[in-house]
Design a protein around this ligand. Structure first.
Ligand code: SIN
Length: 345
């Protein structure tokens, strides 16, 4: 536990120093770095409506016109990859996006990639890309909590913060980053913890740190789809209906967002253990964002029941790691090692 907390402190400090140094970098000398922008939508591309706003409506061209200062820091070009609220992100778009990011980086024409994205599932896209991009050049996702046409829109400031960050040498060889509220978080730790604040992202403690050029062995080039993995959210008086539905639908993996330390009521535990015997990979995670779920010192005998403890990964990040793991192996010990130690080959 101690080393985890120490690592969290180190990571938080690194992120803070990195963000601070970005604030100080007001000018650059020499030719401007080239940044390719891939626009996917989100509130940063939102347009106001009678009841609030719709995400993913404004084009990247219009968004960039509102931030002319960006041109002082980088030579920019852009593509409108899609224009959706991130609630509509899915495995198929993630696969296409990872292929596109790898393709752009492999072209050798750019120094960094910036992806505009909704904040709702930003941490999932960042984590997916972190495991599937194989180049050390900086990749950052940028969001906003207020639509593009709001008087006090936060997208322009976040875009400026992100561009200033990724053109710095310290940005190379890190995890995929997320930018919101003028701050930068890395993919492993980032999570959304506020439904409305413009500072809606936070960092949780993480067990392992994985720069996106680490050799994860997860390649998207030849993948057309990902194995189906679902998440079951647990609660007091938990029903097994959702778990049964995933099992009956033939899902290859299920992540249990257990209570507390990944605990499960008896019916859920028995049904999950039976599913393991029938070949379903079960990850035991927690609905609590801090502290993680570990086999040692808890109430559930993962070894005996054939479960995988999620470590510090949230249910939604566990789902992503399990999907990618199942594209390369069915071996539970190998998958357990990914969750415990990170995915290095
Ligand atoms: C979304 O995630 O697309 C909507 C919410 C947001 O961007 O903050």
């Amino acid at each position: 536990m101690k080393h985890r907390l120490q690592f969290f402190a180190f990571l938080t400090l690194t992120v803070m120093l990195f963000a601070t140094s970005c604030q100080k970098n007001e000018t650059l000398s020499g030719p401007l770095p080239k940044v390719h922008i891939i626009a996917t939508g989100g509130t940063i591309a939102g347009a106001s409506t009678d009841i609030g706003y719709d995400a993913g409506k404004v084009s990247i061209e219009t968004i960039l016109q509102a931030v002319p200062e960006l041109k002082q820091y980088a030579e920019l070009d852009y593509e409108q990859f899609c224009n959706i609220g991130s609630q509509d992100m899915n495995d198929s778009i993630w696969l296409s996006l990872a292929k596109r990011v790898n393709q752009v980086l492999e072209s050798g024409k750019y120094d960094a990639i910036l992806i505009t994205h909704g904040t709702d599932v930003m941490e999932e896209t960042a984590f997916f890309l972190n495991l599937t991009i194989h180049d050390p050049k900086p990749v950052i996702l940028v969001g906003a909590m207020r639509p593009a046409d709001a008087e006090d829109a936060d997208g322009p400031y976040n875009l400026l913060t992100a561009v200033k960050a990724i053109v710095r040498p310290e940005a190379v060889g890190r995890e995929v980053m997320c930018c919101l509220g003028g701050k930068i978080y890395e993919a492993g730790a980032a999570f959304k913890n506020d439904t409305h604040s413009i500072d809606a992202l936070s960092a949780t403690s993480v067990d392992w740190y994985l720069p996106h050029n680490a050799n994860t062995g997860f390649y998207t080039d030849n993948l057309e789809e990902l194995p189906e993995v679902g998440i079951v959210y647990c609660y007091g008086s938990n029903s097994t209906v959702a778990l049964e539905a995933f099992i009956n639908a033939g899902y290859k993996g299920i992540v249990l967002a257990g209570v507390g330390d990944g605990n499960l009521n008896q019916e859920t535990l028995d049904l999950a253990a039976q599913a393991v015997k029938n070949g379903v990979m079960i990850v035991r995670s927690s609905r609590i964002p801090f502290g993680g779920v570990y086999t040692e010192g808890g109430e559930v005998d993962d070894e005996k029941l054939g479960f995988i403890a999620s470590g510090s990964l949230s249910p939604q990040k566990s789902r992503i790691l399990l999907m990618l793991a199942l594209t390369v192996t069915q071996d539970i010990d190998t998958i357990r090692s990914y969750f415990q130690n990170g995915v290095y080959r």
